[in-house]
Design a protein around this ligand. Structure first.
Ligand code: TYM
Length: 331
């Protein structure tokens, strides 16, 4: 059975990008694989959350994992900081990760632009911490969105480098994974190419959004004056709306608006109304389950404790092996 690892940072509620890029795959993989899904709370420290926000956000993601259909009996669901073995592996990997390659990482360059007042070394070594998350369970498959592709490439580099350095065949090569074969990037509503928490107000639709909030955000989505010629290429903001419709609406609905666009009859107001309705229908079951699970404190704690135990067992074994390989032998 293949081992699968993936995580999500606790930076707020989960949005449709997280769902289609990652969570949907977590749910379908849990039946046939040895799965570890975690909440990347160490990673979130790069943005200096308050203790109160950090705790609340971790809890929220755990609730949303369960609400979306992750089963703690099938998958190991855990909080990253419950498994500090990850940090030891992170330290070992950092010894063989070079400043130049870390500085060239696209997500690091983006962060420098986004938070110039806080370019900390956690941002620089973000890919080695992520590699440690994956390699700690010696995973081969990692369900993630397209934005994580480079991090996966770096994980393979670090694992292979460790193998070469110590002349072992210990870490396998993990591959980014999506059921649809291609990694996905779900666009945002404000013309931005990516749905994300940090991509601006109104850009993301959250699984926990109330229907009215979804309607408001969708109706404000960026569009234009409409096509002037038949079969005209769609500008990016319009493509985004169509792409969102593709993931939440019926194929006939998408085909109908596509035809309307190609014959210059499209009314974006109608299209957005339909999109909002389909998004509300899509998120409704999550919304209800989130409310239900959120009030069950005992269950949430039990899931976290169970996950911690199972994840630690696997991580402790890897750390024992790695210490031995490196030469940390006890006298
Ligand atoms: P994060 O928390 O930014 O996002 C979590 C997951 O959601 C995917 N995602 C998207 N997919 C498609 N379209 C979008 N608009 C979109 N926005 C987010 C991300 O690709 C990701 O799969 N570094 C990771 C967390 C992490 C991790 C790991 C992942 C830490 N260690 C080990 C896998 C394995 C991150 O920041 O994801």
């Amino acid at each position: 059975m293949e081992t699968v690892v993936s995580g999500i940072r606790p930076t707020g509620n989960l949005h449709l990008g997280n769902y289609f890029g990652a969570l949907r795959n977590f749910i379908s993989m849990q039946n046939e694989h040895n799965c570890y899904f975690f909440i990347a709370d160490y990673h979130s420290l790069t943005t200096h959350p308050t203790p109160h926000d950090l705790h609340g956000n971790v809890r929220q993601i755990l609730v949303e994992y369960l609400a979306a259909g992750l089963d703690p009996e099938k998958s190991t669901l855990y909080i990253q900081s419950d498994v500090p073995e990850v940090v030891e592996l992170y330290l070992f990997l950092n010894m063989n990760a070079y400043i130049g390659e870390l500085e060239r990482c696209t997500s690091f360059k983006d962060k420098i632009r986004q938070q110039p007042e806080n370019v900390n070394s956690g941002l620089l070594t973000y890919p080695t911490l992520m590699a440690a998350d994956i390699l700690i369970h010696r995973a081969t498959k990692v369900p993630v969105g397209k934005d994580q592709e480079q991090h996966l490439e770096m994980t393979r580099t670090f694992g292979n480098r460790f193998n070469r350095l110590y002349n072992v065949d210990y870490f396998p090569e993990p591959q980014a994974f999506n059921f649809g074969n291609e990694l996905v990037k779900i666009p945002g509503l404000n013309g931005s190419g990516k749905m994300g928490k940090s991509e601006g107000e109104g850009n993301a639709i959250y699984l926990a959004d109330e229907p009215e909030a979804i309607r408001k955000k969708v109706m404000k989505a960026v569009t234009d004056a409409g096509p002037t010629e038949p079969n005209q290429a769609k500008p990016e903001a319009i493509q985004n709306i169509f792409q969102l419709m593709k993931v939440v609406s019926a194929p006939e609905t998408l085909a109908f608006f596509d035809e309307q666009y190609n014959t210059c009859q499209i009314r974006y107001g109608d299209m957005k109304k339909q999109l909002a309705q389909d998004m509300i229908a899509f998120t409704a079951p999550f919304y209800e389950r989130i409310k239900e699970i959120s009030s069950n404190e005992e269950y949430i704690s039990k899931v976290a404790r169970m996950g911690k135990e199972k994840a630690q067992e696997s991580a402790a074994k890897t750390i024992r092996d790695v210490r031995e390989i490196i030469g940390f032998k006890r006298f």
